[in-house]
Each structure stands twice: as structure tokens, then as C-alpha cells.
Design a protein around this ligand. Structure first.
Ligand code: TNX
Length: 486
């Protein structure tokens, strides 16, 4: 029980093991489709490597030979907490809400040998160590971000990323859906955005975009894994792909060519045209309709080509538009200069200006570039990635605390943490995995585990045990030398 990531709140070990055999059942509380689905998810996972039948049955109480899943546990566990009791004859997983059961089964996975993560059946010793775990998260927002604009990642890749992050109890996936180099979501009222604006990528590749059906499929897939998708359309800068697709969005009515380089800060929407706001309203309306979650991210970063006063007016107007479609606006730290509602959220990346927004009640997502930008190189020898925020080795990405990171921003101002992966230099899932793993596990632990429970020396030993688990799932993780991989 001492290699779990993120580290649980409280663990008590006893003696003995619960052995999963061909006779083991999974039982779920009667009358809840959602709990049954979580039981099915556990069963499917365990069936792959063990080859056992593991039937899922509805029964009201735990009994011998069973792994029992039930809600109705202690309300103090909150929306996402769980309690797991493993005895030699049975396993009981209890939560207040279904999300807690989902996180409990991620813990059960980690208590089995790494071979349980393989996708084909083989003989093994499928034993869970006896003991009790009581566990719940520190922060409500535990996110990953994927830039699908600089290089496009298709539905299958995004689903794989969702599965990998869910295993570490992350609950948000922010998709950066537009940038200078590409527009990646079909918008019915502005079809050329995806058609033309989505037709290329950094380096001049063929790009791509999600149809609205693709996008809905991603949202539903994530929802079943208790992950909320946060769509981002980056405005008013980072808009070359949109400007190239519609001449009328440009102040001079001339569409620029598509852009495949990696410079930032040269594009802007035109502040003085009514059609600019019609465009934003249409895009926000269509995205809001595809988004069950409460948030829409409007970017707002690096608008160097937008005059300051225009920038402030833009952000305040975007906020009204987002709210008009029933959503809460998120923006990168620069939006802190505008008048924000307490319901809006700012995302820190390197400027303590977010303290201004926090003082007025706006919550903060903490994504320090020099800690959590997983597109930063690990060190000077990393073949992929950038280094404008420095090198981010595994220890540096882990050994810091969100509550003391930003002057003027304390624990109660913070919604949580998020680890972005920008993809200027990353073209494939293989590339993405090398940069995200193992550093993303550190972000997961920072978001979930109590600050006092975390320290690097203990973490690096736990992380070492995850090498074989990641390998069993075929993850291309970076086997950095500071970790004594098993
Ligand atoms: C900064 S951080 C950006 C992105 C780049 C990233 C590369 C932020 C909000 N903007 O446009 O992709 O650096 O690391």
C-alpha cells in the first residue's frame, strides 16, 4: 500500500491478502446504473489480465469472495473521496458519491501487481494487500491540458490520454482548440474555420479538426471517467487560423495566409467591427451547447498585437458573452487586468498579476510554466520540447506547493492545479507521452494529496514502482535517471 500515487490521506495496513480468483465476484449496490457502470469498469480491467469471468452482480451487502462497491458512505468523504477495506475474505469500497468509487477502483488497480495492467490474459498472483485506506482530494481542480492546435491529436489519442490521466485521479482535461496554427472544432455557423483554418499545423502538416460528433464522443468518454472537458478558444490573440479563414474578421478585410511557424503574439481580432462579436457569440453558443460542464476558456494570453484598452474591452465583452450562454469564463492570467466576475476563473502561468483577480474573489488555477509546463525539456539533452521557462526535471515538477507559489494567492483562492502540454514540438502520442510521463504523476499528487504528506524522497521511491505499470500499458515514459525504476 505504500506505492500509491497520488498518496492517500490515510493508510492502515494489516496482515494477509485478498486473492482475486476465478470465483471472485464484483457486487454493486442495487438500483444505481452509475455504480453498476463503475463495477463493470473494474471488472473489464481485471478480466483483461486475469482472464477470470468476474461477474458483476447487484447485492445489498458485502460478503465473502466479493469486491463490493457502494455509495451511501460518510458524507465527510465529499464528492470524490472513498474508503477501501481489504480483508482476506472480502473487499469493500464505500464512497459518498459515485466519483469516489471511481477513484477507489483506481487505487485497487495500483494495489495489484503491475502485470494486472497488461491487456492480455496471463497467469499471475492477483492479490490485494489487507488494510484500510481513507482518501479524498485536496483540490477540486486536478487538470491536464492538451494543445491540439499546434499539432492535431485525433479522437483515439485523446481517449488514450483520458484513460492515462484518470488512473491518477485527474478530473479535468482542458483542450486548447484554436491557435494561430489551427482551428480544431467544427462550427456550423462558420464552417471555414475548421475547413480552412484546420487544414494545417506547425511545420505544414495536414492538421485536422473534430466534428461536433467527435467532440461529443470525447466529452461522453471523459464523463464516464469523471473527467470534465474544458474547451478553449483562444481570443483575441492567437487567432491567425480564424483570421485566415474569414477576411471580414480582419480590420483591413484581407485574410492573412495560414501560419505554420511557432512565433506568438502577432495576430488579433478587430475590436471595432460588429462582426467580431457576432463571430465570438456564435462560436461560444455552439461550444456551450456541446459542453455539459460549467466552464468555457477564452484564452486571453499573449495578445501583444492588441492595444491595451481594446484588450480590456474585449475580455469584459467575452465574459458577458460566455455568461450570456450560461457558462463561467476562464482566461489565462492576463485577463486579471480586466473587471472580472467572482464566477470567472484565472489561470496562472508565470505572472503574479492573478493576485489582483484573487483579491476580488476570482478563483485561480495554478499552472506555473517552470513547474508544470510539460512541454518544457527535462534537461538540456531532452530531444523534444522547449526551454523558455527553463528545464523542468521530475523533482522540480514535484517539489513545490501551490499555496506558496504566487505572492498574494493562498490556498482558499486556489481551485487547483493543471499541467499543460503545448505541442509546437510534439507530433505524436509517442512524443506526448514522453513529455507527460512521468511528470504528470507529480501534478496529480500535488492536486490530490495533503501538502504535509508529500516529500520528494518518499515520492521518488513510489514513482519507481510506476515504471512497470506504465510499461505494461505501453506508455512511452521518460526513464529519467533520478528515479530508481523497478
Ligand atoms: C506560452 S502559456 C503560451 C503558448 C505556448 C507555450 C509554449 C500561454 C498561455 N501561452 O502559446 O504554446 O508558451 O510553452
Amino acid at each position: 500500500m505504500n506505492t500509491i500515487i497520488p498518496k492517500p490521506v490515510a493508510v492502515t495496513t494489516t496482515t494477509g491478502t485478498f486473492k482475486i480468483t476465478a470465483a471472485t465476484n464484483i457486487s454493486v449496490e442495487p438500483g444505481s446504473d452509475e455504480v453498476t457502470a463503475i463495477g463493470d469498469e473494474l471488472a473489464e480491467r481485471l478480466r483483461r489480465a486475469t482472464g477470470y469471468p468476474l461477474p458483476v452482480q447487484a447485492t445489498a451487502a458485502p460478503s465473502a469472495g466479493r469486491i463490493h462497491l457502494t455509495t451511501g458512505g460518510d458524507a465527510a468523504l465529499g464528492e470524490e473521496g472513498y474508503e477501501l477495506t481489504i480483508a482476506s475474505d472480502s473487499v469493500t469500497l464505500t464512497a459518498h458519491r459515485p466519483a469516489g468509487l471511481f477513484y477507489g477502483i483506481q487505487t485497487i488497480r495500483q494495489l495489484l501487481p503491475a502485470a494486472a495492467e497488461q491487456s492480455t490474459a496471463h497467469p499471475g498472483s492477483w492479490a490485494l494487500p489487507a488494510g484500510t485506506i481513507r482518501d479524498y482530494p485536496r483540490f477540486a481542480w486536478r487538470g491536464a491540458m492538451l494543445d491540439v492546435a499546434r499539432h492535431f491529436f485525433g479522437v483515439a489519442d485523446v481517449k488514450r490520454y483520458i484513460d492515462l490521466i484518470a488512473a491518477y485521479k485527474l478530473n479535468r482535461l482542458h483542450l486548447h482548440l484554436s491557435d494561430d496554427q489551427g482551428w480544431r472544432i467544427w462550427i456550423n455557423s462558420w464552417p471555414n474555420l475548421a475547413e480552412h483554418g484546420g487544414s494545417t499545423a506547425v511545420g505544414g502538416g495536414s492538421g485536422g479538426y473534430y466534428t461536433q460528433a467527435d467532440y461529443a464522443e470525447i466529452v461522453a468518454y471523459a464523463q464516464r471517467r469523471y473527467i470534465m472537458i474544458i474547451p478553449e478558444i483562444d481570443l483575441p490573440g492567437h487567432t491567425n487560423a480564424a483570421l485566415a479563414s474569414y477576411p471580414e474578421l480582419n480590420c483591413d478585410d484581407a485574410a492573412p495566409p495560414l501560419y505554420t511557424g511557432i512565433e506568438v503574439g502577432f495576430s488579433t481580432l478587430c475590436p471595432d467591427k460588429a462582426i467580431t462579436y457576432q463571430f465570438v457569440d456564435d462560436v461560444v453558443r455552439e461550444l456551450a451547447a456541446l459542453t455539459p460542464g460549467p466552464y468555457l476558456h477564452i484564452g486571453g494570453d499573449e495578445a501583444q498585437a492588441t492595444n491595451h484598452d481594446d484588450y480590456i474591452r474585449f475580455i469584459e465583452r467575452f465574459q458577458q458573452i460566455v455568461q450570456g450562454h450560461g457558462k463561467r469564463m476562464i482566461g489565462w492570467e492576463e485577463v486579471s487586468q480586466a473587471e472580472l466576475s467572482p464566477s470567472s476563473v484565472v489561470q496562472y502561468w508565470h505572472n503574479p498579476i492573478v493576485g489582483q483577480a484573487a483579491r476580488r474573489g476570482t478563483k485561480v488555477i495554478v499552472s506555473p510554466a517552470d513547474r508544470l509546463y510539460l512541454d518544457m525539456k527535462y534537461d538540456s539533452s531532452t530531444p523534444l520540447g522547449l526551454n523558455w521557462a527553463g528545464y523542468v526535471d521530475v523533482q522540480h515538477a514535484y517539489a513545490w506547493d501551490p499555496a506558496t507559489q504566487i505572492p498574494g494567492v493562498s490556498e482558499s483562492d486556489i481551485l487547483g492545479v493543471e499541467a499543460p502540454v503545448w505541442t509546437e514540438t510534439l507530433e505524436t502520442m509517442h512524443d506526448l507521452e514522453f513529455m507527460a510521463f512521468p511528470r504528470l504523476l507529480g501534478c496529480a499528487e500535488i492536486g490530490w494529496s495533503p501538502a504535509a504528506a508529500r516529500n520528494w524522497d518518499d515520492y521518488r521511491l513510489r514513482l519507481a514502482a510506476h515504471g512497470p505499470r506504465l510499461a505494461a500499458q505501453g506508455v512511452n515514459f521518460n526513464r529519467v535517471e533520478s528515479i530508481p525504476w523497478r
